[in-house]
Design a protein around this ligand. Structure first.
Ligand SMILES: Cc1ncc(C[n+]2csc(CCOP(=O)(O)OP(=O)(O)O)c2C)c(N)n1
Length: 667
């Protein structure tokens, strides 16, 4: 592309600024300051470095661009529009409106080219780390010289991103793993909502902090295009470390009254200040949403250059595919995140037995690993407890990026967000383990996975107070309820090997949302079923395990409480109070079934009780107000499992007593 004149470049950057300011003004809500300040670095990155194809936004070897400071969404939308993605001026005019493709913060799936859902600060930072990890893993699998996985992951990150703990965890992980294709631009504008960063962010020297993590760090002035260009080139050349480029900017650049002030962070400029800004920048006051012809022409040249780049890539890749059919097949397996059709049968084969469900899960994982090459995962330093190791899978590490076992370290939150990065990228199926109690440390990322419809799998073990002696800090009580409250998250609490197989198969087949496995630390007794296990019934989330003639009630249970409930039902049957036993491994799946199935399983008119060693609030919906929920409404205690079972009423005799009293109170 011929070098544009400095005047045209300035005009093109101002076009980004003014699209952002106009859109925020029109919406009467939004964040103009960040896009106005960061427009220069974004322009240099997108026009001189970023590799993209607007015609095929998910092109496998595109460079990834993450806007971690999602409140600056208009920066991304303006870039997508100018670069020729399917983002029209009309989309920009509908910024932040109901049903528009341009929501307040970027949301994955709304617009092509939006790589991640960002907004909770720090998440995007960690997502990019996951993407860079995916790049390293894929590249290792495809071998040297492959033209498919040599992309970079860029992000614009802000003060807020760097202050959030999740970014610290992710930066440490990225430094340790030497993710050299990670290049982050830090919009160092020294302003947040409450004022100057000097009120809360001077205790650390960001440069030394990131150097300490093992990053390559540069500093550059935010208006110096040549400097930004050079820094990006240097960052790309340093392939043994992630890069942070500190870009010193002025928030709200161009606004005579508000530049450099927190007042421009999150509110429209106002009509007067918008006009003053346009005058200041030599921009016509009208029309709004102006993209001058010469600016369009400049972007058309960028697009033409990218097209040529893409065509050269196509040719190189075709030649590589022809010469490397086996590697090409590996690539296709990843591109599809291929899972065999009969995966459930394969996992079920030989599954069964009474065991801790975490152990049954470990057995399932070993069967799955060779069948699903895109499955990668690990634990936040609890692999020995979560039993997440893919045996023989090798460790993901700088010297072995093809390893499938990820050592996240004690960084649950980053693990969640890094898994999301892998899932946004779509080339791997990530799973991650920790204790169910520590799911709290991952929750913001789990929520984003659910919101964004990501395929992530959580292996949360030690799923009740019956983990025992570690005590209440480690014993989940409210967690199942809190997690079930997240829309689109499937929480599955299986009771035996067969249900564990169903849980894993469900998680692997599910493409539009995350699945969480809640697994027991302790050994669970065997469940007696009427007839053979019916996987189709279990996949519906809730099913009848054992019927009883003349049943007086239905007992619903999950996980370790299914055999417990069965033992209690045996006692009650002897007293002339037979009951039906229902297992509900996945309440969300069960609730999605037609009423005919739900009514068949939990018969209307028959009293129902639910038994789960947890808070249990969500079961009231199923059992009704005259039903019974046997749960736990206080914290656990440090004690052996058996003592806890006595203390909390989770023995067959005590449970039978509760149910009998409840039935008596109804008659
Ligand atoms: C986890 C989280 N906490 C709080 C917020 C609310 N919030 C949005 S922007 C912002 C300040 C961000 O300052 P900075 O990152 O420097 O952005 P800039 O002022 O440069 O636009 C805050 C606190 C958020 N989006 N995410």
């Amino acid at each position: 592309m011929p070098k544009p004149t400095p005047e045209l470049v300035e005009k093109a950057v101002n076009a980004i600024r003014m699209l952002a300011a106009d859109a925020v003004q029109q919406a009467n809500s939004g964040h103009p300051g960040m896009p106005m300040g960061a427009a220069d670095m974004a322009f240099v990155l997108w026009t001189r470095h970023l590799r993209f194809d607007p015609q095929e936004p998910r092109w496998i070897d595109r460079d990834r661009f993450v806007l971690s400071a999602g409140h600056g969404s208009m920066l991304l939308y303006a870039l997508l529009h100018l670069a020729g993605f399917d983002c029209t001026l009309d989309d920009l005019k509908k910024f932040r409106q109901l049903g528009s493709r341009t929501p307040g913060h970027p949301e994955f799936g709304h617009l092509p080219g939006v790589e991640v859902t960002s907004g909770p600060l720090g998440q995007g930072f960690a997502n990019g780390v996951g993407m860079a990890m995916g790049q390293a893993m894929l590249s290792a699998k495809l071998g040297p010289g492959n033209p498919v996985a040599d992309h970079f992951v860029y992000a614009i990150v802000s003060d807020g991103d760097l202050m959030e703990g999740v970014a610290a965890e992710a930066a440490s992980f990225a430094g340790h793993n030497r993710l050299g294709r990670l290049v982050y631009l830090y919009d160092d504008n020294e302003i947040t909502i409450d004022g100057k960063t000097s009120i809360a962010f001077t205790g650390e020297d960001v440069t030394r902090r990131f150097e300490g993590y093992g990053w390559h760090v540069q500093s550059v002035d935010g208006r110096d295009h040549a400097g930004i260009d050079r820094a990006l080139s240097e960052a790309k050349a340093v392939l043994d470390r992630p890069s942070l480029i500190r870009v010193r900017t002025t928030i709200g650049f161009g606004s005579p009254g508000k530049a450099g002030k927190s007042s421009v962070h999150g509110a429209p400029l106002g009509e007067e200040e918008l006009a003053a800004t346009k005058r200041n920048l030599g921009w016509p006051l009208e029309p709004r949403f102006l993209v001058p012809d010469d600016v369009r022409a400049l972007w058309a040249e960028v697009a033409a250059e990218r097209r040529a780049q893409r065509e050269a890539w196509n040719a190189a890749t075709q030649a590589w595919r022809a010469g490397n059919p086996e590697k090409a097949a590996v690539l296709d397996v990843h591109a599809e995140r291929w899972v065999p059709d009969r995966i459930l049968d394969r996992i079920l084969d030989g599954a069964a037995g009474a065991e801790a469900t975490r152990k049954l899960s470990a057995a399932a994982i070993q069967k799955i690993a060779p069948l699903v090459p895109s499955l990668v995962g690990g634990s936040a330093d609890l692999a020995e407890s979560n039993l997440t190791d893919l045996k023989g899978g090798g460790s993901f590490a700088p010297a072995s990026p093809g390893g499938r076992n990820v050592h996240y370290g004690i960084r649950e939150h980053a693990m969640g967000a890094i898994m999301n990065g892998l899932a946004f990228d779509g080339l791997f199926v990530p799973f991650g383990g920790t204790f169910l109690q520590f799911a709290d440390y991952m929750r913001p990322s789990v929520r984003i996975a659910a919101l964004s419809g990501l395929q992530t799998i959580y292996v949360w073990t030690h799923d009740s107070i019956f983990l025992g002696e570690d005590g209440p800090t480690h014993q989940p009580v409210e967690h199942l309820s809190a997690l079930r409250a997240i829309p689109n998250l499937h929480v599955v609490r299986p009771c035996d090997g067969e249900e564990v197989a169903v849980a894993w198969a469900h998680a692997l087949k599910r493409r539009d949302g995350p699945t969480a496995l809640a697994l027991s630390r302790q050994k669970i007794s065997a469940v007696r079923r009427d007839g053979a296990f019916d996987p189709e019934a279990a996949l519906r989330g809730g099913y009848l395990v054992a019927d009883a003639e003349g049943a007086r009630f239905t007992a619903v249970a999950t996980g370790s409480e299914v055999p417990l409930a069965q033992a209690a039902l045996d006692l009650l049957a002897k007293k002339g109070l037979p009951g039906r036993l229902v297992s509900v491994p996945c309440l969300a799946c069960f609730e999605a079934q037609p009423a005919s199935w739900r009514d068949e399983v939990v018969r209307p008119g028959l009293p129902a009780c639910a038994i789960e060693a947890a808070r249990g609030t969500e079961w009231w919906k199923l059992v009704g107000r005259d039903g019974l929920v046997v749960g736990i409404d206080r914290f656990g205690q440090s004690a052996p499992e058996k003592a806890l079972a006595e203390e909390y009423g989770f023995t067959p005799a005590k449970l039978a007593e509760r149910i009998e009293a409840w039935l008596a109170s109804r008659s």
